[in-house]
Design a protein around this ligand. Sequence first.
Ligand SMILES: [Zn+2]
Length: 297
Amino acid sequence: MRVFQHTISNSLSFSGVGLHTGVDTSAKIVPAGPDTGIVFRRMDTGTEIPATVENVAETAYATVLSAGREKISTVEHFLAALYGMEIDNAVIEVDGPELPILDGSALEISRAIASSGPARQDVRRQFLRVWENDKIRQNGSMVALSPAVEMEILVTVDFPASAIGRQWAKFTLTPENFLKEIAPARTFVLREQIDALRAAGLAKGGSLDNAIVVEGDKVHNTEGLRFPNEFARHKLLDFIGDIALLGHPVRGSFLAIRPGHTMNHAVAGYLASPSYSASPAPPVTPGKFPVDIQVTA
Ligand SMILES: [Zn+2]
C-alpha cells in the first residue's frame, strides 16, 4: 500500500447510459489536491457531494449519495476503481444524477486511471486499521472482520440460479490485482427480476451491453463470462466501492457472505464509528498488533 496520497496525472472522461435513469450521461475525473478525498460535482446544479459514509442516501439497487436535496446515483464502480487503484484525491464531474454504467464493470475506468498514472502528493495517507475480530449480520448476510496488514477480501455468493450457484472470490487488494482480477467483473441481474425493476422505475438503461443476464442455468450474453466466478468477483468489486466511502485505505481482512450494498454500508458505518480511528502511516509491524487478538471458534 502506498504511504503517500495520490491523485491522477490528467483528467479522464467517460460517457454512456445511466443504468437506472436510462439517460446518456458523461463523467470526468479530474485531479484534486491532498486531503480532498473523492468528491462528486453535479455540473447541472453545481452541487458538490463528498463520497463519505454519512452521505449515503440509498443502498437498495445501487449506492446513492446525497447532499441537501441533490443526489448522485450508482457511484460504486467509480469509487471502487479509484480505491482499487489507490487514488486518494479526485473530483468526479457528472452532468446529471447518475454515473454512466459503461460495460457494467470498472474496467474502462481502471484502465484509464492506470494509463493516466498516479501523481504523488506530499501528504501521508491515513490508514484505518481493523483492530479486533468482529462479525456483522444482517438479513442472511454476514461480514467477519479481522486485523491484517493488507486489505484482504473473500466474498461468497449463493444463488438458486445454477449459472451462478455457490461461488467465491478472494483477493488481496493491490492496484495490479484490482485491474486484472476485479475490475473486469460485470454487474448481473436475474432475468425474472427485470420486469419488477422496470416497474419500479429502475434499470431503464440496463441491457446485455452493461450487465450479465442470468436465467436458471443460462447466461444470456453471447460472449459468455469473463471469469467462471465473475459474479463473486463483481460482489467483491461492489464491496470495495462501498468501503471506499470510508475515505481511508483499510488494513483488515473481510470475509463477506452474500454481501450487498446495504450490508456493505453497515460495515462501512461500523468502521466509521468512533471506536475506529485513522492513524498515520506507516502502521504496525506485520504480525504485531496493539491489542490481543482473541481467536474464537
Ligand atoms: Zn456493482
